[in-house]
Design a protein around this ligand. Structure first.
Ligand code: AMP
Length: 219
């Protein structure tokens, strides 16, 4: 059983890296942002509560976030463990989390703000299957259309200059304190998020002491 947290500023590849790790290790990938986006798209009560906050790039209130995370983790569909992305985002959330779960490692993806802007403003998401594209280095074969399911590609409502500025400020103010808290418990590995996704994944695995992907598959 492995329990990981992945942290990093928007556009640092948390979703991609989580999915790569989860697929090989049979972990459940839990993205708090995806859970909220699902609620917004499906017009649930939670969706109505968070829609405006999310579109402005602000953080959802801690009580709601904690109850969503608690509900998701009590689902117990994670026999081999989980990797949680987008949580915790401040010290209160981190304290709630370390009190409730033993964490095996925190992966911190490092990306300079200039690169964050470049990546986030060129990000497109498939409305059908949720795959992320980047118009800089992973454009779809047909513009505006998902390679995997043919769905329409759209821009996330919070991937704007204004919302990004708010999210970056929040990240530097609050999330950095979370990393300091985890660092005191010696959980944290730091990884440069600038290289291609496969290279970042290899570095994560090496630092966590996990087998390389090819070895994991043939074992
Ligand atoms: P993300 O996909 O992780 O960038 O999250 C998208 C949005 O969901 C954030 O900008 C917040 O509005 C909300 N959100 C996701 N995770 C959290 C969290 N741990 N605490 C507060 N708000 C969150």
């Amino acid at each position: 059983m492995r329990k990981y947290v992945i942290m990093g500023v928007q556009g640092s590849g948390k979703g991609t890296q989580s999915q790569l790790l989860a697929a090989d290790l049979d972990l459940v990938h839990i993205s708090v942002g995806d859970i909220f986006r699902w609620n917004v798209q499906n017009h649930t009560k939670i969706g109505a509560q968070v829609r405006r906050v999310m579109a402005a790039g602000e953080l959802v209130g801690d009580d709601l976030v904690e109850s969503v995370v608690r509900d998701r983790l009590t689902g117990h569909d994670w026999n081999y463990g989980f990797i949680i992305d987008g949580f915790p985002r401040n010290c209160r959330q981190a304290e709630f989390f370390v009190e409730s779960y033993d964490i095996d490692g925190v992966i911190a993806l490092d990306l300079p703000d200039s690169e964050v802007r470049r990546r986030v403003l060129s990000r497109r998401v498939c409305e059908g299957c949720g795959i992320n594209y980047n118009l800089i280095d992973s454009s779809p074969a047909v513009p505006g259309q998902c390679d995997a399911c043919g769905g329409q590609l759209t821009t996330r409502e919070d991937d704007t200059d204004e919302a990004l500025a708010v999210r970056l400020r929040d990240y530097h103010e609050k999330t950095t304190q979370v990393l300091d808290l985890f660092r005191r418990k010696e959980y944290v590995i730091s990884v440069d998020a600038r290289p291609p996704a496969e290279a970042v994944q290899a570095e994560i695995r090496q630092q966590l002491g996990l087998p390389r992907r090819e070895e994991a598959r043939s074992a």
